[in-house]
Design a protein around this ligand. Structure first.
Ligand SMILES: *[C@@H]1O[C@H](CO)[C@@H](O)[C@H](O)[C@H]1NC(C)=O
Ligand SMILES: *[C@@H]1O[C@H](CO)[C@@H](O)[C@H](O)[C@H]1NC(C)=O
Ligand SMILES: *[C@@H]1O[C@H](CO)[C@@H](O)[C@H](O)[C@H]1NC(C)=O
Ligand SMILES: *[C@@H]1O[C@H](CO)[C@@H](O)[C@H](O)[C@H]1NC(C)=O
Ligand SMILES: *[C@@H]1O[C@H](CO)[C@@H](O)[C@H](O)[C@H]1NC(C)=O
Ligand SMILES: *[C@@H]1O[C@H](CO)[C@@H](O)[C@H](O)[C@H]1NC(C)=O
Length: 624
């Protein structure tokens, strides 16, 4: 019995568990310029300080709008920090995210330039701030739904020369991976930028969190709208609970459907018009719930929906399509807009009145393809080793957004890798004062390098000779030293080579001279420490072939060997003599006795051999 109860308990628990199995969505909120983490009321939301962020200048903020979170600091980016500045946030799980950027105004007397700048997410420009934004509460932020697939998110601010970009806060909020699916074009290559979200018949601006919405909805912001204008409509509201609102993947808050605008007899066609950027595609999401108690069955309220005069939904009958009263209905459609306005018209049929609870409009943005990661890394190495000045920026992606490529890096689209690559470096006269890194050759699509007129030191890395597509190499007027690497001779496409005004020395590689002359390329080697070897330059000192060098080497070796052998022989001989002398000195008695002996013999012989006596008398003198 006990076991059965336990089992039941287990089953019950696992059921409970599976219902709450979904983990909380990833959420990262950053209070820019803050030294400490901040908690804001009333929801006790946690905002992280912008840890380890070094660019830009932290400052106190004055909130431009009551919608913005109550944070006291911001970070702004004067042009001296460079035209491109980014937050790069790591360890963001792969998924679909609502990314939101709140703008700020620096709180300083005389700081009244309203900053206008562009914002990009993952290399795609999503928004340009519009003049006058700081006077409109609902324009204090930009927001977009983005797929993040590589574990990081980069959010960049691009100066347009009008004021300094100033950022109050960033939010990276995970949403359902299928949210806002609008058709086959939807997917990882598409970004949906929020143009507007309207809660019809409501009086107060609200975030999902204020509506107690599901966190997987991405804490959307809903602007209130009480009328579409000119007594065309009336507000309806209800306390009755709504069915089918919090469904995956979009999890709309219930309260969104508890207020509505209903058209009146005064103006049966009622319409909402908004300003948009022309020549874009817009995804329009319309929300309905029949909350008018008088409309109880199908056929009582039927209307058509038009966008800019074209019917997009015909015979909309909310009760029929949602399955009953107090039940949510969501319709979406994507339309191209050529003009500057988008008008949504509800056109009632058969004397009924139209109803609408909420409107969402997104701009459909095709995500940019990024730069080949290997080339981005090579440019970053180059940036560090050349000591690139801040004012050049070089943050984010080099080639995208297309509106804001890095200054000094020329981009080309590479069809084989389906990525952008770097085909030119134009950093002449930029006050660079480092050295050329070996990694420069990783920019293997380079056709042109101009680093003329800087203070670059050290040698020309021989890896430059592996950039096969190089046509122009201008390193003139720097402090380069050493010799020209042999490898440059392999650059067969080179048309122009300027190395004048450096401290280069030694022989110009013969292959290089040959190919330059052969291609009638223009080159300039003047004003160096001493280059030689091709027509137009001084001839180098006596030149020896490798064979001759080997021969000379051999000769020298043999002479050295001979000298060694001779000195060894001489030394040995000298040692022998020395030893003999030592023996003579030490062995005097023996010598004497022997002399004595020989003397005796000689004496004995004396009578027979005269010459022998002389020899034996001279005997010891031989050893002296
Ligand atoms: C910001 O305001 C605080 C007081 O609220 C002040 O102590 C601080 O110096 C200010 N910071 C800047 C950069 O002005
Ligand atoms: C949006 O509309 C498309 C077709 O137009 C439909 O396939 C899709 O399911 C709709 N999305 C949602 C979330 O209702
Ligand atoms: C709008 O969508 C159509 C169809 O998907 C596409 O061909 C067109 O390029 C899009 N226009 C813009 C400006 O993105
Ligand atoms: C490189 O830049 C310098 C200085 O701006 C310019 O005079 C020179 O013509 C450029 N070199 C090439 C090969 O275009
Ligand atoms: C080149 O200059 C660097 C310093 O700028 C120096 O360390 C190096 O020894 C020089 N090399 C030659 C070959 O003169
Ligand atoms: C080479 O550069 C020098 C200055 O370093 C200049 O005077 C000369 O005219 C240049 N020669 C050519 C052929 O461009």
């Amino acid at each position: 019995m006990l076991r059965f109860t336990l089992l039941l308990l287990l089953v019950f628990c696992s059921v409970l568990d599976s219902s709450s199995a979904r983990p909380a969505p990833f959420a990262m909120r950053i209070s820019c310029g803050a030294r400490q983490n901040v908690h804001t009321k009333p929801t006790n939301t946690l905002w992280f300080k912008d840890f380890a962020y070094t660019g830009g200048i932290p400052a106190n903020s004055s909130a431009p709008s009551f919608i913005t979170p109550p944070l006291k600091t911001l970070r702004y980016f004067p042009l001296s920090e460079g035209p491109e500045n980014c937050y790069i946030i790591n360890r963001v799980p792969k998924g679909h995210y609502n990314v939101r950027v709140f703008f700020g105004l620096v709180k300083l007397p005389n700081f009244d330039t309203e900053p206008l700048f562009d914002i990009s997410v993952e290399g795609t420009q999503i928004y340009s701030l519009k003049s006058g934004w700081s006077g409109h509460d609902d324009q204090a932020f930009a927001e977009a739904l983005v797929f993040l697939t590589d574990g990081t998110v980069s959010i960049c601010f691009h100066s347009t020369g009008h004021g300094d970009p100033a950022i109050l806060a960033l939010e990276i909020l995970q949403v359902d991976s299928k949210s806002y699916y609008f058709g086959p074009e939807w997917g990882e290559g598409v970004i949906l930028r929020t143009v507007t979200r309207l809660s019809c018949g409501n009086g107060k601006p609200k975030f999902d969190v204020d509506y107690s919405g599901d966190h997987w909805g991405g804490d959307r912001f809903w602007s209130p709208i009480k009328t579409f204008g000119q007594n065309s409509d009336q507000i309806r509201s209800t306390e009755t609970s709504i069915k089918q609102n919090a469904k995956a993947p979009n999890y709309y808050p219930e309260a969104l459907y508890q207020t509505a605008l209903v058209s009146t007899d005064n103006q049966p066609n009622f319409a909402y018009t908004m300003d948009v950027d022309p020549n874009r595609n817009y995804s329009v999401w319309l929300h309905f719930a029949e909350i008018d108690d008088s409309v109880r069955s199908a056929g009582k309220r039927v209307f058509d929906i038009l966008i800019n005069g074209n019917v997009v939904f015909q015979d909309v009958d909310v009760v029929k399509m949602s399955g009953g009263q107090y039940t949510a209905l969501v319709l979406n459609t994507t339309v191209p807009i050529n003009g500057r306005t988008l008008t949504i018209t509800l056109q009632p049929k058969g004397g009924s009145h139209a109803i609408i609870n909420a409107i969402e409009v997104f701009e459909v943005i095709v995500a940019e393809l990024k730069t080949l990661p290997e080339e981005v890394r090579a440019l970053q190495t180059l940036k560090n080793s050349l000591g690139l000045p801040h004012r050049l920026g070089w943050n984010g992606d080099p080639c995208v957004p297309k509106q804001h490529p890095w200054r000094g890096a020329d981009c080309q689209f590479d069809k084989t890798s389906n990525k952008w690559v770097i085909d030119g470096l134009g950093l002449d006269n930029q006050g660079l004062r480092g050295f050329l890194p070996i990694d420069i050759s990783r920019l293997r699509h380079l056709q042109s390098i101009n680093l003329s007129g800087n203070s670059i030191r050290g040698a020309i890395p021989s890896s430059v000779g592996t950039i096969a597509s190089l046509e122009v190499l201008d390193l003139s007027y720097n402090f380069l030293n050493g010799s020209i690497p042999e490898s440059l001779g392999k650059l067969t496409s080179l048309r122009r080579l300027n190395l004048n005004g450096n401290s280069l020395s030694g022989r110009v590689p013969a292959a290089l001279g040959g190919s330059l002359l052969h291609h009638r390329a223009s080159f300039n080697f003047t004003d160096n420490a001493g280059l030689c070897g091709i027509p137009g330059l001084p001839t180098c000192g006596p030149h020896l072939s490798t064979g001759a060098k080997i021969g000379i080497g051999f000769g020298v070796l043999i002479i050295v060997l001979l000298l060694v052998v001779c000195s060894v022989v001489w030394w040995k001989r000298r040692q022998n003599i020395q030893r003999a002398q030592q023996i003579a000195a030490r062995g005097a008695p023996y010598a004497k006795s022997r002399t004595q002996l020989s003397h005796d013999i000689q004496l004995a012989r004396h009578h027979y051999h005269h010459g022998a006596r002389h020899a034996s008398e001279n005997g010891p003198s031989l050893l002296s």
